[in-house]
Design a protein around this ligand. Structure first.
Ligand code: CP
Length: 319
């Protein structure tokens, strides 16, 4: 694997899921693969799971880990090409990436959507600069439009919890939130579910349809009860409007996932990428109930990251 920013960077999804599950059985099985190499984990935005699971994964592979919480610890970055930097910004992103090239064998970056310009976000204005200027493999730790390491962890978790011969029904349901949230997790989950052997549907209120470039021909149902019927897995996530970018059109019905809503499902397992707003997106009873596989999903972030880092190291070590 030369880089990892989308599902398209994976040759065979089932193979990498199997690899991650083997790593989960024996996390130190490749503990010298990364010896003498350094991964830079660059966070332009906050994180708990991605930061820590990536660090554990890298250490399990024997990599040196440099973590830069850039928003808090680094110089104020300039992203605009040709900017006259006579204001608050101190270092251009191009220069920062060139310096990271000197220190790192792999650069992993988190760069959320700005949620101000649809065009900038859709075009991945920050990730694209890393892809353009990095001379080492780039890994996305969540970008403006995708969260691929999360989606791989989601695929691993669904695989672990599939105990029937038939295809599981997987429902991605919109949930309420108090502020406009980006589309990366929803987009990415939609993209990856289309590569899995599942019956996948999306449910969200009118006005909240995700970008068709990600959902393609997936069925979108605007009635949550109808969509949840007979579900085996429910993935709860908020996102703001894509069409009316970052707006939050009024929603009259209550879309928070509750135990009552689980009643017409096939004892659905409940998933969420975290962090979650309890009693806004889903109720305490769901979060703490026996249907929740949310902490298992969070644990699988380690093995998702480790499987990807391992594949990247294979490429580096073959040179
Ligand atoms: N799910 C996830 O990416 O969590 P963090 O934002 O805490 O990394």
């Amino acid at each position: 694997m030369k880089k990892f920013t989308t599902v398209n960077d994976i040759k065979n999804l089932q193979e990498i899921i199997k690899k991650a599950l083997r790593i989960k059985e024996n996390p130190l099985s490749e503990s010298s693969k990364g010896k003498g190499k350094t991964i830079g984990l660059v966070f332009l935005n906050s994180s708990l799971r991605t930061r820590l699971s990536s660090q554990i994964a890298a250490q399990n592979l024997g990599l040196n880990v440099l973590t830069l919480n850039a928003a808090q610890e680094a110089w104020n970055l300039e992203f605009a090409d040709g900017a006259v930097m006579n204001g608050d910004t101190v270092e251009h992103i191009k220069d920062a990436i060139e310096v990271l090239n000197q220190y790192c064998d792999i650069i992993a970056v988190r760069c959320f959507a700005g949620m101000k310009s649809k065009e900038e976000d859709v075009n991945e204005s920050i990730l694209s600069q890393f892809e353009q200027h990095a001379k080492v493999p780039v890994i996305s730790l969540e970008s403006a439009t995708r969260h691929p390491l999360q989606s791989l962890a989601d695929c691993i978790t669904i695989t672990e919890n599939c105990h029937e011969e038939r295809k599981p029904k997987v429902v991605l349901t919109w949930a309420p939130h108090i502020k406009p949230i980006a589309h990366a997790v929803g987009n990415s989950f939609a993209e990856w579910m289309q590569e899995m052997d599942v019956d996948f549907v999306i449910t969200n209120p009118e006005g909240y349809d995700l970008d068709k470039n990600f959902t393609k021909d997936v069925k979108v149902i605007h009635n949550q009860d109808e969509a949840l019927k007979d579900a085996d897995f429910i993935y709860v996530k908020n996102w703001s409007s894509f069409d009316d970018y970052a707006a939050m059109p009024e929603v009259k019905e209550n879309w928070m996932l509750t135990n009552e809503k689980l009643e017409n499902t096939n004892q659905a397992k409940v998933m969420h990428c975290l962090p979650v707003r309890r009693n806004v997106e889903l109720s305490d009873e769901v979060m703490d109930g026996e249907n929740s596989i949310i902490y298992q999903q969070a644990k699988n972030r380690i093995f998702s990251a480790q499987a990807v880092f391992s594949e990247i190291l294979d490429e580096l070590n073959s040179k």
